[in-house]
Every structure is written in C-alpha cells, then in structure tokens.
Design a protein around this ligand. Structure first.
Ligand code: FES
Length: 162
C-alpha cells in the first residue's frame, strides 16, 4: 500500500531532523548577536546612570514650633515629601529626635509611647529611640534618621540619614 504525503509536506519539504539541527555557525552567530545586545543594553544603562542629575538633599522643612511637642510626646509629619511619614519625638527639654515612620522590615508604621523603644506592631520589631538601631525583631536596618535644626523656637528637618 502506497502512503501519500500530506499537501503541507510537499509545500514545506523539511525533514524533522533537519528542522531542529543548528549548525555551529548559526549557534556562534546567535551567541555573538546576544552578547552584542547585552553589551549595548549595559552601555545604555551606564550612560543613563552617568547622565542622571545628582540627587539634591531635601530642603530644610519646618516641622512646627518647639512648644507643639511636649516632653514625652511624639508628633507626626511628612518628610522629605508628602508620601513619607515621619515622627518627631521630644525626649527632654533640649533633646529631640526624628525618624522615618516606615519600618525597615515591611514598611508598617512605627510608633513611640514613651520609654526607650520605638515599636513596630506588625511583627514585634523594636528600635532604640535615641539612635534608631534595631533592638529586636525582624527589621534588617535601623530607622532612617532625620537630622533636626532648632531655630527661633522652631524645629526643622534638615536631611535624611539612611
Ligand atoms: Fe515592622 Fe515587620 S513590618 S517588624
């Protein structure tokens, strides 16, 4: 019995073994082109990074008057932009500290209720209120510290230390 070939086999007479065969030359060409593409991509990223304008430090921002925060109290504010919550803590008459309010673990809001610890309620993370370093829990880094300036009875945020 004679088998007839389907029409598509006559139109595209490729043997299956030949279809998957990749010659050394084709493979080398593929490697060269892929490497060239990666090289161009890296050059583009490097050029973009090099031409990017340098980040300016955030401008001094008024948090409020010194009288607004009594000793042992915390005040919330936003710094360096409206999307970044922060906390100002008055530890004593002349001792104020400020930190970004997002926990360095998974960004829950931290809070202070007096004492020596800033607390993150999500996974029981604790930070030292004096310098923001991690006391306990899963946070991998200290809280970002916000340097302060006090002038004419007003408190200003003047930077961002990660
Ligand atoms: Fe703060 Fe997990 S988000 S400890």
């Amino acid at each position: 019995m004679k088998q007839t070939q389907p029409k598509w086999k006559k139109d595209f007479p490729l043997d299956h073994a030949e279809e998957e065969h990749v010659s050394r030359r084709e493979f080398a060409k593929f490697l060269v082109l892929t490497s060239f593409g990666l090289f161009i991509g890296n050059c583009w990223i490097a050029a973009k990074q090099w031409l990017r304008p340098k980040q300016q430090p955030p401008p001094d921002t008024l948090i409020g008057s010194l009288d607004e925060v009594r000793i042992g109290e915390m005040k919330q504010f936003h710094y360096p932009d409206e999307k970044s919550p922060a906390i100002l803590i008055r530890l004593s008459k002349n001792e104020l500290v400020a930190y970004g309010q997002k926990c360095t673990h998974l960004s829950c809001a931290v809070f202070w209720e007096g004492g020596s610890k800033i607390t993150c309620p999500c996974h029981h993370g604790f930070f030292d209120v004096r310098d923001g370093h991690v006391l306990a829990g899963p946070p991998p880094r200290p809280l970002p510290r916000i340097p302060l300036k006090i002038s004419d009875g007003r408190v200003y945020a003047v930077g961002w230390e990660v």
